[in-house]
Design a protein around this ligand. Structure first.
Ligand SMILES: Cc1cc2nc3c(=O)[nH]c(=O)nc-3n(C[C@H](O)[C@H](O)[C@H](O)COP(=O)(O)OP(=O)(O)OC[C@H]3O[C@@H](n4cnc5c(N)ncnc54)[C@H](O)[C@@H]3O)c2cc1C
Length: 329
């Protein structure tokens, strides 16, 4: 049984690993690396986890899944001092502890994907731009119309709008598989400093500002680089300014950060802005994945549940369980 998985984020990697015993799995990933939104940007002497910041594990399945990664030192608890800010005022403060771990990839967030990708057949820098159903199965085509192969089953593990676009010709798919999901944008402001910044905390949830999150990325376990801050805009602000001039947006977020921190951050020696068009989504209701036996098409991803790492895992894990039963019959 030949199975194609499109997308090597956490969801795609989890499905590919679980289905490896049931078929011949090939993963297609448009980027240079794996991990999707569990991403890390390298720049000069700085490293920034510019997508997912940390993740929690509430279900026994996700905890069991993480155990070997924790034992291998690829995932660790981030014991940050966490504050809540209303504008520039600290309204709450607590120490994150091992009783409710806030996990990160070590020594960077993209290490999780790299670990999970080991031993899988993954075709990087290969965007699938068309899928066509024929008598022989699912035909995949690349951006230049190149033949990427024909597969018995197809799993879409991309963000919802990309899955809907790929499967636009599959009757009913967009409504059945993507109907609930409305993904939100986010800008990540990345700032590097050649001297330590003493903020008194390492992670902050921000309210009443156009930024929603600040983390001292370099304080996460295993990081050796210089002081690096990751600052996320609110989804609402990003949605409203998505296509505007990058330089102006970056300056606005730098100013907003300066206002919230009550200090000049223009001393940063590195400054860049990353746009996440499909960053996140609110909790949705409905099935946790899509699987249609007749067309041999499946889909999974965080967007079935919520914009969280654990949600991506759960969607993929549950899909793979049902899929394994299907392949065994
Ligand atoms: C700014 C930001 C902050 C976040 N913060 C947190 C947080 O603190 N905690 C938390 O739990 N979660 C957080 N998240 C959400 C979390 O990152 C996601 O829920 C999770 O990583 C989604 O995994 P996924 O596999 O479903 O999708 P993705 O990681 O998006 O993977 C999809 C993959 O498909 C690939 N792809 C898309 N189209 C194609 C194509 N046509 N051909 C080939 N490949 C394709 C993409 O390149 C990508 O690698 C955050 C996300 C962002 C962006």
């Amino acid at each position: 049984m030949r199975i194609a998985v499109i997308g090597a984020g956490l969801a795609g990697l989890v499905v590919a690993r679980r289905l490896g015993d049931s078929g011949e799995v090939t993963v297609f990933e448009k980027s240079r690396g794996v991990g999707g939104r569990m991403a890390t940007r390298y720049a000069d002497d700085f490293e920034f986890d510019h997508g997912a910041q940390f993740f929690t594990a509430r279900t026994p399945e996700f905890r069991a899944f993480l155990e070997p990664l924790i034992n291998a030192g690829v995932v660790a608890d981030w014991p940050a001092r966490f504050v809540e800010l209303s504008g520039s005022t600290v309204t709450a403060s607590r120490q994150w502890g091992a009783s409710h771990p806030h996990y990160v990839g070590v020594p960077r967030m993209n290490e999780v994907g790299k670990f999970l990708a080991r031993g899988l057949e993954i075709r990087l820098k290969t965007a699938v731009s068309r899928i066509e159903k024929s008598a022989g199965g699912w035909q995949l085509l690349g951006t230049a119309g190149d033949d990427l192969g024909c597969f018995d089953w197809l799993v879409l593990a991309t963000p919802a709008p990309q899955a809907a676009h790929l499967a636009a010709d599959v009757p009913g798919f967009a409504a059945a598989a993507c109907g609930q999901s409305s993904m939100r944008a986010c800008f990540a402001l990345l700032l590097g400093f050649d001297k330590p910044l003493d903020l008194g905390w390492q992670a902050a949830l921000v309210r009443d500002a156009d930024i929603s999150w600040i983390s001292v990325n370099s304080s996460k376990p295993g990081r050796t680089g210089l002081t690096a801050l990751v600052v996320h805009s609110t989804n609402a602000w990003a949605d409203a300014h998505l296509e505007e001039d990058t330089e102006r947006l970056q300056q606005h977020l730098v100013d907003e950060l300066g206002r919230v921190l009550g200090r000049d951050v223009s001393t940063a020696t590195y400054c860049d802005l990353h746009r996440w068009r499909y960053a996140n989504l609110d909790r949705t209701r409905g099935p946790e994945f899509f699987l249609e036996r007749d067309s041999r098409l499946a889909a999974c991803g965080d967007w079935y549940i919520r914009g969280r790492v654990e949600a991506a895992f759960t969607s993929a894990f549950e899909l793979a369980g049902v899929f394994q039963e299907e392949l065994a019959t």
